[in-house]
Design a protein around this ligand. Sequence first.
Ligand code: FAD
Length: 425
Amino acid sequence: MNERSFYEEHAAPLALPPLQGEHRAGVAIVGGGLAGLSTAASLLARGVRDLMLLEAEQLGSGASGRNGGFVMEGFSLSPQALLRQLGAEAARSLYGASRDAVALVRQRIVEHGIDCQRTEGGALWLDWFDTPASRQRMQAHAGLLRERFGVEWDALDREQVRRWLDSPRYGGALWERGAFHFQPLRYVRGLAVALQSQGLRICEASPVRELVQHGSGWRLQTGTGVLHAEQVLLAGGATLRGVHAGVERARLPIATYVVCSEPLAPVRQVIHTDAALYDNRFAFDYYRRLQDGRILWGGRISIRERRPEAIAALLKRDLLRVFPQLHDLRLTHAWGGLMSYARHEMPQVLQLRQGLWAAQGFGGHGMAPTALAGEWLADALLGRPLPQALRRYGLQPVYGAAGLLAAQARYSWAELQDWLSDPRR
Ligand SMILES: Cc1cc2nc3c(=O)[nH]c(=O)nc-3n(C[C@H](O)[C@H](O)[C@H](O)COP(=O)(O)OP(=O)(O)OC[C@H]3O[C@@H](n4cnc5c(N)ncnc54)[C@H](O)[C@@H]3O)c2cc1C
């Protein structure tokens, strides 16, 4: 089993030198995932050029370069909860902005000619349970999107789903036509190259170890250099440590896993769609057929990081529950990644102090929302207020190890509920 992710094997590293000596920048960005890079893109688009981004490891070595590659509207928090918490107008506006963000990611791929295997086919939300209650929940979901947000997800019945997927597992599905999928690490690195050509300075292997206020700005210390900046964005995802206690105390690092198979003709015989595929359980499978006939399969949500062999064994079992005919399929790569979750399940995009900002907590749904956060932050750094609705989603403490155990208990409970609701368990 390959220790590296499939993406890593198929995306050229940029190998950018670390920060050395003393430097200055108008804006310093900590973290070379999509929250950091998207904010840089939005700032550059607004004419702000004096930017420097510091990445602890390599660009995309966090969740942004290891994920399922689904680019979809919405957030980790469900549209129902968004509506309940924010009211009709603000929820509709935020949800609409997430749809615009899908278009923005697509536009960046096209504009910069990023070779990231973008595959247009929408995303299919599949009914795992196929019971009257679950059909009703799916209908209610589509109804809410239509009536409250003006968004249409097409309903597919069981027969239509069977034409696309040779699996008896599912009932119907809802189809989000505007979604797409891509090779995320190639997108991260392609975007970085494009932004460098516009003036963004990037250092890899430059973990920020200390951040202190210095005069009217900030001083960032890495192992080998110092950066003075007027404004700082902390976008370190699930792994930022020792830089800002309040930010780090407000997110849980939660693992999820992915495997990739060898290219095999039978994959094309069981998946006849370019759509990204996932189901309606709490800990759902998410998978897609790659352009060369591999299957990329993800799933599980846990506080445990696992070894590649253990991940492969777990996910192969999940895969065979859907496509038993793929029993001979050989998995070549298995890896995990850490998502950063806030207790409220919404991104935390906020100002911490004068000239100090944070963007984290995108959870398992960050490909489009990070682009949206970048737009909000670029406006905010230039003096415009962040959307009022975001104030609700601040830095709630997660209570460290106790919070992790509580999260695992909640996940296990939700999985048990799903298991009990499955008539074919
Ligand atoms: C396995 C997996 C599957 C997923 N699937 C999907 C999906 O299909 N669709 C979707 O929308 N979302 C998905 N997600 C979620 C999505 O990947 C994340 O929400 C998103 O990438 C978060 O981006 P980020 O920039 O906040 O964090 P990251 O991508 O984690 O970036 C943070 C970066 O900061 C760096 N860093 C940390 N500390 C420091 C420091 N002190 N100094 C400098 N740099 C530092 C890290 O090295 C890292 O590169 C998935 C996540 C995982 C893990």
